[in-house]
Design a protein around this ligand. Structure first.
Ligand code: ASP
Length: 590
């Protein structure tokens, strides 16, 4: 028997019991007559005591143990004289009377502690050691529980989990595909799914009514902290539903997950149109933990002889509450430099300070007298002590820049509490997005998204400008400024789907070759349907107030898309290349 208890289990109630524990040596402290050792497993840490007086040989063996050696011990549970209130097992220790070394460990390349000395690359290379650390282990446990609660909730709503294939053909979700050569079909390739989109729609046509899957998706994109080439979605689809049915169902799921895993009751899930989100926050994923909404000043600030504003398409600002006293001229200069960095790219920054003593200070005082500036302040609901920060220029760019500034001010002012959660549905996304460079439309969500009912007729016949203005029944769930997921009501009519492929620049033949199966299925009684997918890894990170999804993935890839532990991707043998007909010498000539 390896153990009677695990290392996180024993309490004062177990005093006097003879127990057996197995685990890893975390640390040992030798006090001559006694050696104390922390033994660790997934469940916790228990203190062991080896006493020289009772067994010299045993004590000497214990002294020789190093970090991460795997041992089995037998002993008696004793009350500790100096208790450790920070540890669940901190009231007791085990007086050891037998020790077996199960396996020795080399000295690990970094410390297995919460604050490790290991850098990212080293931790990834030895991920099995990294996962022994509390934080990583806890993240994986959280992830497991999140998956289980997701299944429980959706099962309770009569969703059925269906596995869809991993070797498929390209489904355009806006990224590049990973492809897999087919040995049995030389010169042909499978694509790994960017999402199970077409399959879940087919399942609706097949009458499954409510589908879900916790599923791996693959997108060959440049990587960032919140992206991985393979990631997991909670993917869902429902039949005979309106947009609001879907939003309500997934609000329910999100509430359940926060309640069961974080003991948090979420506030309401307001809905905001895409247009309003851009106008008020400059972003389709606004962080609504704080206000600082955009206020437009074109009507008040134009035509007063200040050329920069007079020539701007948009003059727009935010009101930073109680900041006028916090920003000296030097600080404003620094903030201006911050916003002029190429990453943000604003030309300049206009400020108006409403000082506590009633005076007004502004960088544009030459052009606007106090009365004029006060009208801005009134429109922006500024109080004494507040500071307006105003940008101007081309509308779309200026909004993006002000979004960056708003977020930066939110950070500086401590308004982004990681323990607070503010959900928001952003709805009514544009259907199509015009790509100036490629001179063509892209689907803003994906090509299967339906235009809003009132836009369907216009979509069939409209001109270019009409197409740009079409709205889709598409929605995103945003929490604390992070896009948790998105979905849409789908087209379920062959003619409308064909029209959409047309608009997206597919020829009839291309549409047929890529999506003939779906278009064909639409002709056999496709029910109205729609769905959504949540980024599972991202949800884990957001629920824990963290940015990096990597910390919630057992074996993530680095920024070059490499798994440094198994050293992948890697070359394959000539023999494999040959079998796959990938060598130039093997590519068939006809
Ligand atoms: N397939 C979509 C995505 O991966 C989600 C959906 O429309 O349901 O973003």
């Amino acid at each position: 028997m390896y153990r009677s208890h695990n290392c996180g289990e024993l309490r004062i109630e177990n005093e006097g019991q003879n127990v057996t524990l197995s685990g890893w040596v975390q640390v040992s402290r030798d006090f001559g007559g006694m050696t104390f050792m922390d033994l660790r497993d997934r469940y916790g840490i228990t203190q062991l005591v080896f006493n020289m007086e009772s067994n010299v040989e045993l004590c000497e063996a214990a002294r020789k143990l190093g970090r991460e050696d795997v041992i089995k011990v037998k002993g008696r549970v004793k009350e500790r004289s100096n208790k450790n209130p920070n540890r669940d097992t901190g009231d007791i220790e085990i007086e050891i009377n037998a020790l077996t070394i199960l396996n020795e460990s080399k000295v690990p390349p970094f410390t297995i502690e919460d604050d490790t000395d290991g850098g990212e690359d080293l931790r990834m290379k030895y991920r099995y050691l990294d996962i022994r650390r509390n934080s990583v282990r806890d993240n994986l446990i959280f992830r497991s529980k999140l998956a289980i609660e997701t299944r429980k909730y959706l099962d309770g709503q009569e969703f059925i989990e269906v596995e869809t294939p991993v070797l498929i053909k390209s489904t355009p979700e806006g990224a590049r595909d990973f492809v897999v050569p087919s040995r049995m079909n030389p010169g042909q390739f499978y694509a790994l799914p960017q999402s199970p989109q077409t399959f879940k729609q087919i399942l609706m046509i097949a009458g499954m009514d409510k589908y879900f899957q916790i599923v791996k998706c693959f997108r060959d994109e440049d990587l960032r902290a919140d992206r991985q080439p393979e990631f997991t979605q909670i993917d869902c689809e429902m039949s005979f539903v309106t947009r609001d049915n879907i939003l309500d169902t997934f609000e329910g799921l999100t509430r359940h997950l926060f309640q069961s895993l974080k003991n948090t009751t979420l506030p309401s899930f307001p809905r905001m149109s895409y247009d309003d989100a851009l106008k008020q926050y400059g972003s389709d994923k606004p962080d609504t933990r704080f206000e600082m909404r955009f206020v437009e000043l074109n009507d008040l600030a134009k035509g007063k002889g200040f050329g920069v504003f007079d020539n701007a398409e948009l003059i727009v600002g935010i009101c930073a509450s109680k900041q006028s006293g916090q920003y000296s001229n030097k600080d404003i200069k620094k903030l201006t430099e911050w916003i002029q960095r190429p990453q943000v790219g604003a030309k300049g920054l206009v400020y108006v300070k409403f000082e506590e003593d009633g005076t007004i200070k502004s960088s544009v005082g030459k052009f606007y007298d106090d009365d004029a500036l006060r009208t801005w302040g009134d429109k922006m609901k500024a109080k004494a002590g507040d500071m307006l920060l105003i940008l101007s220029g081309e509308a779309e760019k200026t909004r993006k820049q002000l979004n960056e500034l708003r977020l930066e001010m939110g950070r500086r002012m401590g308004l982004m509490d990681p323990t607070e959660f503010k959900p928001l549905w952003v709805v009514d996304f544009p259907l199509l997005e015009w790509d100036e460079d490629a001179n063509r439309f892209h689907a803003m969500h994906h090509p299967f998204t339906a235009p809003k009912k009132e836009d369907q007729e216009r979509m069939k016949t409209g001109d270019h400008e009409t197409m740009k203005a079409l709205r889709a029944d598409a929605y995103d769930l945003v929490i604390n400024g992070v896009e948790i997921g998105g979905g849409s009501i789908r087209i379920h009519d062959r003619a409308l789907q064909s029209r959409n492929f047309d608009l997206l620049g597919f020829t009839k033949e291309e549409a047929e070759a890529q999506f003939g199966f779906l278009l064909g299925a639409f002709e056999y009684g496709a029910p109205p349907h729609g769905g959504i997918a949540f980024g599972f890894d991202r949800l884990c990170a957001v629920m824990n107030g963290q940015n990096s999804i990597r910390d919630f993935i057992a074996f993530p890839k680095n920024n070059q898309g490499r798994d440094v532990m198994i050293d992948s991707p890697s070359p394959i043998s000539d023999e494999q290349m040959g079998e796959l007909k990938l060598n130039s010498t093997h590519i068939p000539t006809t």
